[in-house]
Design a protein. Structure first.
Length: 291
């Protein structure tokens, strides 16, 4: 039974003759900081009380089960993976804690806690050191990307990690996935039609791109107005600056219509000669008609 001070120091009570490691492990996972009492009888009937206080349960969970679970995780992550980390204040130690998770494929997308590091000043070099320490048992050559929040120190950390990764693994680069603003765009404009990617030297794609640009231009203006009214955060990206400059140009619509006219004029010609067939004998005539 629990002692008089069990309110401050919870006790786990097991009553088999020899403590069963399975029961001990199960209770250690279930009640690291709570009082539970389990009476498990063996056929022998020879019962002996085993008392485990909260500190002992936490010790078993951390240095017994915890190490086993981590080893199993390390053995499972054999393919490409992504790491995720977050920094927060540990309320017990009053120090900054870096929690690292790993996401990988194992008959589905799995996200698992990998470990924690206590950090001092959250500099980019410090983050790099602690993250690499957390990954020391994984195959770093299979690291694909890093998921993190957006403070500038994290961007500097990602830059340093890119350089370190390229140096150690033959110039390999991590995948950089930018922040998506589509949710804000859809919420403000009530539209799910988005601009198409544009490549200046791929002439066959010019016409559908400019037609889509004219179609979404009113929605883009709504999005820009919402940003200017501070209803949405400013993305502060080069593409946003380009759209904002076009928004401030009174001739933007005229320029886009002119571009569309030129694209429609040249589209049949360029499409006809984008072929492996012997059409060069007709090139001069078609070019003269185009002029």
């Amino acid at each position: 039974m629990p002692s008089a001070d069990s309110a401050n120091n919870p006790v786990l009570c097991l009553t088999p003759a020899v403590p069963d490691i399975v029961h001990l492990n199960a209770w250690s996972l279930r009640s690291p900081a709570q009082y539970h009492c389990s009476s498990v009888e063996r056929p022998s009937g020879n019962l002996e009380d085993v008392l485990l206080r909260a500190q002992k349960i936490a010790y078993v969970a951390r240095f017994g089960l915890g190490e086993f679970i981590k080893r199993e995780l390390i053995h499972t992550v054999t393919g490409p993976y992504v790491i995720m980390f977050d920094e927060s204040l540990n309320q017990t130690t009053k120090t900054k804690q870096l929690d690292v998770h790993v996401r990988f494929w194992n008959n589905g997308i799995k996200s698992r806690y990998l470990g924690s590091q206590f950090v001092g000043h959250g500099t980019a070099l410090g983050l790099l050191k602690h993250v690499k320490k957390s990954l020391d048992q994984l195959d770093n050559s299979r690291l694909m990307s890093v998921s993190m929040d957006g403070p500038n120190v994290n961007f500097k950390f990602f830059e340093l990690l890119q350089l370190d990764h390229a140096e150690n693994y033959g110039g390999a680069q991590l995948v950089s996935v930018g922040s998506s603003r589509r949710e804000d765009y859809v919420r403000v404009t009530k539209s799910t039609v988005f601009p198409q990617p544009f490549c200046g030297h791929r002439w066959l794609e010019n016409l559908p791109v400019i037609e889509r640009a004219l179609a979404v231009w009113p929605s883009l203006n709504l999005y820009l107005d919402a940003v200017h009214r501070k209803e949405l955060p400013n993305p502060k990206t080069a593409s946003f600056d380009t759209i904002e400059a076009a928004h401030n140009d009174p001739l933007t619509i005229a320029k886009m219509h002119f571009f569309m006219t030129v694209a429609r004029t040249f589209d049949p010609f360029t499409r006809k000669y984008q072929t492996n067939k012997p059409v060069m004998p007709f090139f001069g005539k078609d070019l003269a008609e185009l002029n």
